[in-house]
Design a protein. Structure first.
Length: 455
């Protein structure tokens, strides 16, 4: 193994710059060199102090760049350098994305204000136009789809418990929510937020994901679905409840950009319908997901919570086509905050494409492992799947005994061998964080738990 020295690190930074990525994070250098975090960070700072590197950003957004005139004095990294550079722990930006970032580096005062341009959507022709490179969308679709012919939403249901944590936490984190993933898990077990707005945000995400998993196979992509999604996401977070799911009639301003969304309710409502109508006709679910994510955020149809709504809405085409869900795993707020203004101000999706593709690949890895860990489905469980749901609803929601539920459903040991043992076992495992699979709300389950799990 090559010893990690300042020269080694300088060579890595130079090589990435030559590959079209002049700004690199310490995590990328660590992955490329195999060095420890402390060693790499110490050498990066020493190189900065010596004038060979420049530094920008703070905390996780810190990036290093080769200073003008600085070059590596050695070639210490072998040709078989770690493949982590090609599949990094952070996005690798394309040349087009880097050019866009340079435009966004110009101070706000020097950029011309812009407003919504409806031709960005109106000129888009489903299956002829592509917001992301077609070959990339098709490759991600091949990688992310379930091969079996199964009902819409099957993939999302199979990984639901993990998805609830991942997507709720990742999306809330992009809104500045301070909860850790562990604290999010504990919150979901507890199921109550008290007067904590950050906890409400997380629990709303959880409820919204559960809503989508149940509603998408039945409603597909519709205005009603999107507006109800917004209402669930923003419940108890909007001062005026009339704004839940409603096309906004208030002025919206977005920080850190010169973009000013349209403020005309009739245009907002019309364009929302056009966006959804075009998305319904897109055959590639990856392109459809990206189209929804970008355009709902660009339109800003609601009073607040537009970015949250766009992130969850991006999962609707993926659910319909049984693709791995998109949970925005590991996306840094800094990177997200740069990708969106690129669309807002220049209608340029370069940064957004790189970010979307990178985080979707990370989501894929996560849910492939989750699926593999499940093994083959239990044949007996599949046989009783719907009847088990009906029985659990009778016990938890209607407060009937397990025996009374079986009698009502006509499930004796002779007609349904093994059902009773399975029912009692599932009732012992039922919690507020895994109740969506039985079409139960967290509040209903919590009330049943508070009563001592009567069955």
């Amino acid at each position: 193994m090559t010893k990690v020295t300042p020269e080694v690190i300088l060579a890595v930074v130079q090589r990435l710059a030559e590959a079209g990525q002049p700004d690199v994070s310490s995590a990328q250098v660590i992955a490329a060199t195999g060095g420890s975090s402390a060693t790499v960070r110490r050498h990066l700072e020493a190189l900065r102090d010596s004038g060979k590197l420049t530094r920008s950003g703070q905390a996780r957004a810190t990036r290093y760049r080769l200073a003008a005139g600085a070059t590596a004095t050695a070639q210490p990294v072998a040709p078989t350098a770690p493949t982590e550079v090609e599949t990094p722990s952070q996005p690798v930006w394309s040349a087009a994305a880097i050019d866009l970032r340079k435009k966004l580096d110009v101070p706000l005062a020097a950029r011309d204000p812009v407003t919504y341009q409806r031709e960005f959507v109106e000129s888009y022709v489903p299956n002829d136009s592509w917001l992301m490179p077609r070959d990339l969308a098709e490759a991600l679709y091949r990688a992310g789809s379930m091969k079996e012919q199964l009902p819409a939403g099957t993939y999302a249901r199979k990984v639901l418990e993990q998805l609830l944590i991942d997507l709720s936490w990742s999306s809330s984190r992009l809104e500045g929510n301070p909860y850790t993933m562990l604290a999010t898990q504990e919150l979901f077990k507890r199921g109550t937020a008290d007067d904590d707005a950050d906890a409400v945000m997380l629990l709303n995400h959880k409820a919204a994901i559960e809503f989508l998993v149940d509603a998408v196979p039945l409603q597909e992509l519709s205005s009603s679905l999107i507006r109800n999604l917004h209402a669930v996401l923003m419940q108890d977070l909007l001062a005026d409840t009339q704004g839940l799911g409603a096309i906004r009639r208030k002025v919206v301003n977005i920080s850190d950009t010169v973009y000013v969304p349209t403020q005309v309710p009739a245009i907002l409502e019309e364009m929302l319908e056009i966006i959804l109508n075009k998305a319904r006709y897109i055959k590639n679910p990856i392109e459809a997901a990206f189209f929804l994510w970008v355009n709902l955020a660009y339109l800003q149809p609601f009073e607040d919570g537009n970015k949250r709504t766009s992130r969850l809405a991006a999962n609707i085409p993926l659910m319909l086509y049984n693709c791995a869900p998109l949970s925005f795993l590991d996306v840094e707020p800094y990177d997200y905050a740069r990708a969106m203004p690129g669309v807002y101000e220049y209608r340029d999706t370069s940064l957004a494409v790189d970010l979307f593709a990178w985080t979707y690949r990370r989501s894929l890895k996560r849910y492939v492992v989750v699926m593999e860990s499940m093994g083959k489905p239990d044949a007996l469980r599949l046989r009783y799947r719907e009847r088990l749901t009906e029985a659990i609803v009778l016990v938890v929601a209607n407060r009937k005994s397990a025996q009374a539920a079986q009698v009502e459903l006509g499930l004796s040991e002779s007609t349904a061998p093994g059902f009773q043992a399975m029912l009692l076992d599932e009732l012992k495992k039922l919690e507020v964080f895994n109740c969506a699979r039985y079409r139960l709300t967290p509040n209903t389950v919590q009330a049943w738990l508070d009563a001592g799990r009567p069955h």
